[in-house]
Design a protein around this ligand. Structure first.
Ligand code: NAD
Length: 427
């Protein structure tokens, strides 16, 4: 439903289902918080979107043109910040919806950034390292006028990593004539990355989980946890919760899950995954499917793989008491409403997985200062910021009766609206 009625209602090419879902979330909270309709309308679409053609010479000698995107949703609070993903489903709507979420996430965490997202539509698993490098460098040169340490700072996302960031940083630096580490975050430590960035998202998810468990009285002495996805976010979260005395009873990857009611030996499982490149075949748990895993009785369920995993089809079978969203958008809007009515608490993605962008902010600051922090300092500052944001969201949720997702959006959007109001409308 379109909440803002005006003589001119723009229609944009980005209005895919994914984007409209993000927009509906804004409309809902705007109504709830009585957001100024003019500010609301300004936030419903991206500020700017660039579509580029990325011609790449493939290893077989032919040239293929990929399509790339970079979208800035809002830059009121500072330069745009957001990841770059390589995936066949990348399109203008997906990137625009994710850029909007980045705006809310940065505002919620009180980081001086706006929201951005970018990507290239491709099948990265079918490209060689050389092809990936040429594609990344050409894409960087095509979007070069949009990015920069004061304008827009990309980071890794699905199927991009530290190496991708190193190529972007190098291409940008060569084009401007000097080394500019702060044009990206999530780069290797040896070229200006931050200690603790690799683990930051999982560390933040684990921190939010512990905070929510104590706040919402999930009082089991050894809470039982289920984690979907055992990649960067899921594996770090599982390890840290295991180290803090939680019982991680199930984890999974793209091929399926492992379950042990007495708790999986996570350090041994990580060593197994490192050696074998998979979870299947590990002797300390029995195999289950990813859908069975989501429906296990547990205290905490942590989806840390893909979007839309908890949806209208399976939500009635979810038996967790608390869900902490490690992935972006793992709960569909209908499922979210259903869980709220059932009294199952959902700690939303814009809070739970914000540890990554928070340490990206630290990396950017360290690069601009040319002064680098120890891992201990990074983790301590991360916990301070996550702790404050958790308290603000949980306090507002408990006082207002809003579910945590709406409370988080209300805080983030409220901050942004105040900044927009003070800056006014140019000219
Ligand atoms: P990753 O590629 O390191 O790991 C993803 C994991 O999910 C892998 O274990 C993979 O096998 C598993 N997986 C893939 N398809 C699956 C399926 N169909 N069912 C079950 N598991 C499946 O990615 P990541 O960096 O850990 O990101 C995971 C999620 O967290 C994504 O939604 C991402 O957008 C979000 N996120 C990541 C970061 C970050 O800093 N890495 C920050 C914020 C949000």
């Amino acid at each position: 439903m379109v909440a803002v009625k005006s003589a001119y209602t723009p229609t944009m090419e980005c209005e895919t289902e994914h984007f409209l879902m993000a927009q509906r979330q804004l409309d809902e909270i705007a109504r709830e918080m009585g957001l100024d309709p003019e500010l609301h309308e300004r936030l419903r679409y991206p500020k700017r979107a660039l579509i580029v053609s990325v011609p790449v010479r493939l290893d077989n000698g032919s040239v293929h043109s990929f399509t790339g995107y970079r979208v800035h949703h809002d830059v009121t609070l500072g330069p745009a910040k957001g990841g770059i993903r390589f995936h066949p489903e990348v399109n203008l709507g997906e990137v625009s919806g994710l850029a909007m979420l980045m705006t809310w996430k940065c505002a919620l965490m009180n980081l001086p950034y706006g929201g951005a997202k970018g990507g290239i539509r491709c099948e990265p698993w079918n490209l060689s390292t050389g092809e990936l490098e040429r594609m990344t460098r050409r894409y960087t040169s095509e979007i070069i006028n949009l990015i920069g340490p004061d304008k827009d700072i990309p980071a890794p996302d699905m199927y991009t990593n530290e190496q991708t960031m190193a190529w972007i940083m190098d291409t940008y630096s060569i084009n401007v004539g000097h080394t500019v580490p702060s044009v990206v975050t999530g780069k290797p430590v040896s070229i200006g990355g931050s200690y603790g960035r690799h683990e930051a998202t999982g560390r933040g998810v684990a921190y939010c989980t512990r905070r929510a468990v104590s706040r919402f009285g999930i009082s089991a002495s050894q809470p039982a946890v289920v984690v979907q996805g055992f990649g960067n976010v899921g594996a770090v979260t599982a390890s840290l919760l295991h180290d803090s005395g939680y019982k991680v009873i199930a984890v999974s990857d793209v091929n399926g899950g492992l379950y042990n009611a007495d708790g999986l030996d996570i350090p041994r499982l990580k060593a197994y995954q490192c050696e074998m490149g998979k979870l299947m075949g590990f002797s300390g748990g029995k195999s289950i499917s990813n859908s069975e895993l989501l429906e296990l009785p547990c205290d905490v369920l942590i989806p840390a793989a893909l979007g839309n995993q908890i949806n209208a089809k399976n939500v009635s079978k979810i038996k967790a008491r608390l869900i902490v969203e490690g992935a972006n958008g793992p709960t569909s809007p209908e499922a979210d409403q259903y869980l709220h009515e059932k009294g199952i608490i959902v700690v939303p993605d814009i809070l739970a997985n914000a540890g990554g962008v928070t340490v990206s902010y630290f990396e950017w600051v360290q690069g601009l200062m040319h002064l680098f922090w120890s891992e201990g300092e990074v983790n301590e500052r991360l916990e301070q910021i996550m702790g404050k944001a958790c308290d603000q969201v949980f306090d507002m949720s408990q006082k207002s009766g809003l579910r945590p997702r709406m409370a988080a959006l209300r805080i983030g959007i409220g901050r942004l609206a105040e900044a927009k109001r003070l800056r006014g409308l140019y000219p």
